[in-house]
Ligand binder design. Structure first.
Ligand code: 5GP
Ligand code: ZN
Length: 114
């Protein structure tokens, strides 16, 4: 827990959010400024600033985040038509919250990014 970190505070329930899933390792909640009908952030409870700081021991956690995204997509009804998973990493990607998070975005056709 980093006391200055927005997503650490949300994970610790010190700040409110619309939580759609939580377990010992992670919490998932609706993005406050959604870019599509479904926009959920999957956030590990453990603080790391971004993918750039991941260590070899984080491999399982990252896999669990992606698997959770897959399951939430099913539950939220967007799996059949498809969705996008995004990790923004540092400045050029426009990362604004320096606590690693996976965006799950869907519910409409999304423009190509690359
Ligand atoms: P980033 O650009 O860092 O990958 O995305 C951070 C995301 O967090 C943005 O989509 C932004 O809308 C969302 N966000 C920022 N502050 C809050 C907040 O206080 N609550 C929630 N639920 N989402 C937030
Ligand atoms: Zn944090």
């Amino acid at each position: 827990m980093n006391p200055d970190c927005l997503f650490c505070k949300i994970a610790a329930k010190e700040l409110p959010a619309t939580v759609v899933y939580e377990d010992d390792a992670m919490v998932a909640f609706k993005d406050i400024k959604p870019v599509a009908p479904v926009h959920v952030l999957i956030v590990p409870r453990k603080h790391a600033p971004s993918v750039a700081e991941l260590a070899p021991g984080d491999t399982l956690l990252v896999g669990e985040m992606i698997r959770r995204a897959q399951q939430l997509a099913e539950e939220l009804g967007i799996a059949d038509r498809g969705y996008r998973l995004v990790f923004n990493v540092r400045k050029h990607a426009g990362q604004v919250v320096d606590h690693i998070h996976l965006h799950l975005i869907g519910g409409q056709a999304l423009g190509r990014m690359a």
